[in-house]
Structures are given as structure tokens and as C-alpha cells.
Ligand binder design. Structure first.
Ligand SMILES: O=C(O)c1cc(=O)[nH]c(=O)n1[C@@H]1O[C@H](COP(=O)(O)O)[C@@H](O)[C@H]1O
Length: 281
């Protein structure tokens, strides 16, 4: 089976092993922060992301383009081109389309087609708060990853995700973790988002979901603690797997000059080393 026909979870297992990395580089291309040589260029967003991908591809277990940054700039064609570039050049690295979709089933059918057929992503982020029928259309795409928001990295994540549910009294995010690990996981390809800004909650989610992959944004620009994150998300006895630890702005905007790709590589390299050191502790 080649890497294109592997399931998302198989792709991740291979990437963790062959790349020796749990780092995910996120593509959040803010037009105001593009390096000067690329500002105003018709395909500046694509070129920016492509050059950073090419400079970091040996350091990552996944890439994660964020949909809104492309759509807000009418740059969907550049997103398609970027994902095609990633899949052609780095077929062993899974691509997660971060679009956090969530809607009734008939509409979700089309969001799933958008992510998997139009863009060719290996996985997509989804918002579970409209319930299982809104997740199910993605699960029908055999082998594709469905990464469900659980305990998000932002401060307001506590507003709802921390509310206690009746009758058990457990917080909503732990209820989501249980559903995702058990009755919702018909395809076996679900993962969960838990923020690096809340390591205690990462540990609680890990205890519920076994070896399920966790997408963990929040290191870098959001200030999440790498040591605490890696410790909390570790799978007992299996160091170096199980986590997709994302950093976007800290890597993307390491330099605003012509050396932006090399500067991004330097930050990605030191972040991967920090993750390795934390894994070895
Ligand atoms: O699903 C996500 O990727 C996500 C979930 C979450 O809880 N918090 C979060 O920051 N993200 C995304 O992760 C990226 C974080 O970017 P940086 O803070 O620049 O590293 C952004 O693309 C966010 O949209």
C-alpha cells in the first residue's frame, strides 16, 4: 500500500516514525505579514507557504493550512495549488485542512467534498457542537481523518467546553472526548483538538482516548509550555507518537525579509529539538 492509499492514522504513524518529529507547521498566511519581496505578488500567498513547506518538510509530521487565511483573500486557488504541491512533493506527510466546519448533514456532505475531493486534504478539523449527524458525512470518506474540536486553546474555550453536563457532571469537553473515542468513531479515523495552553486537560483527554491522535495547537505564539504539553499528551510506553503539535505564526513570521524560509526553518528546527528533548525526559 503506498502512502496515498494509507489511512490518515497510518500516514501519521509512518510520519512520526520516519520523520522523528511531532511538529506540525501551520499555514496561516496573513497578507499584512508576508515578507516584503512577496507582498502584492499575484501568487504571493502560495509562494510564501510553498517556500516554508520546502524549508521545513524534513522536520514535520504534518502540515496544516488554515482555510480562512486563503478564503479571506480570494486565494482558494492558491490553497489548492499549495496542497497539490505538498501531496506531489511530500506524499508521506499528511495534510490537515483546518476549516473547523460544522453544519447539518446535507450541508456537511458538501463541506466533506470540499475538504477531501476539492482540496485533497488527508484530514479536516470539525466542530462537534451540532452533534453526530453533522460529523457522520466526513466519516463516510474512507481513510480520511476527522479531527474534532474538544478542548480548544483559546481563553474563551472554557465558556462552554468547561460546563458540567448532566447527569454525570463531567465537563462537556470530556463528554466530547468519550463520544469521539467510542460511539462516534465508526471509521476509526477520528482525532481530537486539545490546546497546548491547557496541559492538565490534555492529560485528562489522553486518559480517556487511549492512543487516538491529538492535534495540539498553542505552542509558539500562544505561549503553551512544550514540556508540559508533551508530558500530558504522551502515550504510556510509546514516546514520540500520538501528538501533532502545531505552530504557525512563530515559524511563518520568523523573518519578514528575503531570508524568511531559512528563518522559518531555524525556528522549526529548534521547536522540533525542544519537542524531542521534552519527549526524552
Ligand atoms: O484547530 C486548530 O487548528 C486550532 C484549534 C485551537 O484550539 N486553537 C488553535 O489555535 N487552532 C489553530 O491553530 C493555529 C495556531 O496558530 P499559532 O498560534 O500562530 O501557532 C491557528 O491556525 C488556529 O486556527
Amino acid at each position: 500500500m503506498n502512502s496515498r492509499s494509507n489511512t490518515f492514522h497510518q500516514q501519521l504513524q509512518s510520519a512520526w516514525a520516519s520523520q522523528g518529529s511531532m511538529l506540525c507547521v501551520g499555514f496561516d498566511p496573513d497578507p499584512k505579514r508576508l515578507p516584503l519581496p512577496l507582498q502584492g505578488k499575484s501568487e504571493g500567498i502560495f509562494e510564501f507557504c510553498r517556500d516554508i513547506a520546502d524549508a521545513t518538510a524534513d522536520l514535520v509530521c504534518a502540515f496544516k493550512p488554515q482555510f480562512a487565511y486563503f478564503a479571506s483573500q480570494r486565494a482558494e486557488a492558491q490553497l489548492e495549488k499549495l496542497i497539490k504541491h505538498l501531496k506531489d512533493k511530500y506524499p508521506h506527510i499528511p495534510v490537515i485542512l483546518d476549516s473547523k466546519r460544522g453544519d447539518i448533514g446535507t450541508t456537511a456532505d458538501h463541506y466533506a467534498l470540499e475538504a477531501f475531493d476539492r482540496y485533497g486534504a488527508d484530514a479536516v478539523t470539525v466542530n462537534p457542537y451540532m452533534g453526530f449527524d453533522t460529523i457522520e458525512p466526513y466519516l463516510r470518506h474512507a481513510g480520511k481523518g476527522v479531527i474534532v474540536l474538544c478542548r480548544t486553546s483559546n481563553p474563551g474555550g472554557s465558556d462552554l467546553q468547561f460546563l458540567n453536563t448532566a447527569p454525570s457532571g463531567e465537563p462537556l469537553y470530556l463528554h466530547v472526548a468519550k463520544l469521539a473515542a467510542q460511539e462516534w468513531n465508526s471509521s476509526g479515523q477520528i482525532g481530537l483538538v486539545v490546546g497546548a495552553t491547557f496541559p492538565d486537560e490534555i492529560a485528562k483527554v489522553r486518559a480517556i482516548v487511549g492512543e487516538m491522535p491529538l492535534l495540539i495547537p498553542g505552542i509558539g505564539a500562544q505561549g503553551g509550555d512544550i514540556d508540559a504539553t508533551v508530558k500530558a499528551g504522551a502515550i504510556p510506553g510509546k514516546p514520540g507518537i500520538g501528538m501533532i503539535i502545531n505552530s504557525s505564526r512563530a515559524i511563518l513570521y520568523a523573518s519578514s525579509g528575503a531570508d524568511f524560509a531559512q528563518a522559518a526553518r531555524n525556528v522549526a528546527l529548534s521547536t522540533r529539538e525542544d519537542l524531542r528533548t521534552a519527549t526524552a525526559k
